[in-house]
Design a protein around this ligand. Structure first.
Ligand SMILES: Cc1ncc(COP(=O)(O)O)c(C=O)c1O
Length: 308
């Protein structure tokens, strides 16, 4: 790709394309959104990164809390993969257990990448795949591991939408097993609803931890691990301490993310929840006209949501 603007990208020969996937879901407001770019530029002028966390973390946490009422603790990181890994590590610390069940894609790191070369067998043995929407098998897998299960991590929408029965069973069975329920909403937050699947499906009680990324920062690297804890406390941006990650670039340019989130809040009426139907061809009108079978997916975004 040579450049991108709005919902369009150009290759190095100057050919123009409409990006229906929008950078695999990372860009939701459109490429080069002026407000996001202005905030990025302000962040550069303000020194980019420093020895202390940026104060705009608090502002962004407050903006998120306004949309996600049960949110009490947040930890900002850069990539989705590290934010989900942080959530899993917190779950292991909280439970004193090691096994994890996952459903969907959760990034490239060792804890969930059993089939990848270079992952030690000992790490691989601690993880198993939970079948999406399969209530009986999922329940059985949770119960079989109950005493050693630290966490169940799910992508709430993989290709099709989850059934209410599956989501409710996960909440009930993880609570019963004393395991942490983590929703990886890196793809679904800001798309199904601003507050993701938890908001759309009214999951109550909410998952113990939720991870957001991608559309949160319109293409800049930002992800966040969110938690709810029963004791009333002010928003805590240092949730997880060193367990959830340390690094000189751990909380990179936040101000632009804050602006990005505000854009989302103001556009929430135009962001349509996209119906997700597996195997339904040609939902995309352009594809229909051209006779190309196409499937609308959760990561597709209709170009009218883009800034141009
Ligand atoms: C559901 C989900 N979790 C985690 C990740 C990993 O995020 P990142 O690519 O920012 O590390 C992705 C990325 O595609 C994702 O879709």
């Amino acid at each position: 790709m040579a450049r991108a603007s709005g919902c369009r990208v150009w290759d190095e020969s100057g050919r123009e394309y409409v990006d229906y996937i929008m950078a695999l879901g990372a860009v939701a407001l459109g490429y080069g959104h002026p407000a996001v770019n202005r905030a990025a530029s302000a962040a550069i002028d303000a020194g980019v990164v420093g020895p202390l966390p940026p104060v705009s973390e608090q502002a962004l946490a407050a903006a998120l809390a306004a949309r996600i009422p049960w949110l009490e603790r947040v930890r900002f990181l850069k990539t989705g993969a590290e934010a989900v890994a942080a959530a899993v590590r917190l779950a292991r610390v909280a439970t004193g257990r090691e096994d994890v069940l996952g459903c969907g894609y959760h990034g490239w790191l060792d804890w969930c990448q059993g089939a990848t070369d270079g992952v030690p067998a000992g790490v691989r043995a601690l993880f198993a795949e939970l079948p999406f929407n399969d209530v009986a098998t999922s329940r059985q897998m949770i119960r079989e591991r109950a005493h050693r299960l630290a966490a169940v991590v799910i992508e709430p929408v993989v290709v099709v939408e989850p059934t209410r029965e599956w989501l409710e069973m996960l909440r009930v069975e993880t609570t019963r097993a004393g395991a942490v329920l983590i929703f990886d909403e890196i793809k679904t937050a800001f798309r199904l609803a601003i507050g993701g699947a938890v908001e759309r499906y009214g999951v109550r009680p909410p998952p113990d931890l939720v991870v957001l990324g991608k559309a949160l920062a319109n293409g800049f690297p930002l992800a966040v691990t969110l938690g709810k804890f029963s004791s009333p406390r002010p928003l805590d941006c240092d949730f997880g301490g060193a367990t959830a990650g340390v690094g000189s670039n751990a909380t990179h340019p936040m101000p632009l993310k804050y602006t990005s989130t505000q854009e989302w809040a103001s556009k929430s009426r135009t962001v349509k929840p996209l119906p997700v139907r597996s195997g339904v061809p040609a939902l995309n009108p352009a594809a229909t006209r051209l006779g190309i079978p196409a499937m609308r997916s959760i990561s597709a975004i209709v170009p009218e949501n883009c800034w141009q």
